[in-house]
Design a protein. Structure first.
Length: 150
């Protein structure tokens, strides 16, 4: 979009955050948005699919591996394809990410060190409460059992 497009959007009173049927670049979605009944069910489907990924992200967040935040952001991106409030929220997240990218390297390293420290403390507390996992290799179990309190 060029600057002329922005001026045209502002003068027509159209909200630039949410696409109208005539502004959509995909023909199949333009046709859906032109029929109010189809648009309702399409938006309902987008809401359900986006909500599924957000719920899945919340459920898988505490477990190791991919999940959590990426799934929540995927659900939000799906919602942002149709809902203005989700698109505004997604733009806010992008602005925050751009702000974090401008941080100095030492600040980013400090955050990573703090996160690793929190994870190590969480693992220690978990092993203190439930014991050293038996599925670990024996040398690792022996090393962990030398820690105070385990």
């Amino acid at each position: 979009m060029g600057s002329g497009d922005d001026d045209q959007t502002k003068s027509s009173g159209d909200h630039p955050v949410l696409l109208d049927a005539s502004d959509d670049r995909w023909r199949w979605r333009r046709r859906i948005r032109q029929d109010p009944r189809k648009a309702f069910f399409y938006r309902l489907g987008v809401g359900i699919v986006g909500g599924f990924f957000i719920l899945l992200g919340c459920l898988t967040g505490p477990f190791p591996g991919p999940g959590g935040i990426p799934l929540v952001l995927l659900g939000l991106a799906i919602w942002a394809s149709e809902f203005e409030w989700a698109q505004k929220l997604m733009l806010w997240f992008r602005a925050q990410l751009a702000r974090v990218r401008r941080w100095p390297r030492w600040a980013k390293a400090l955050i990573v060190i703090a996160i690793i420290g929190c994870l190590m403390i969480s693992l220690y507390v978990t092993m203190r409460l439930s014991g050293v996992p038996g599925w670990l290799p024996e040398p690792v179990q022996d090393a962990l059992e030398q820690l105070p309190g385990l």
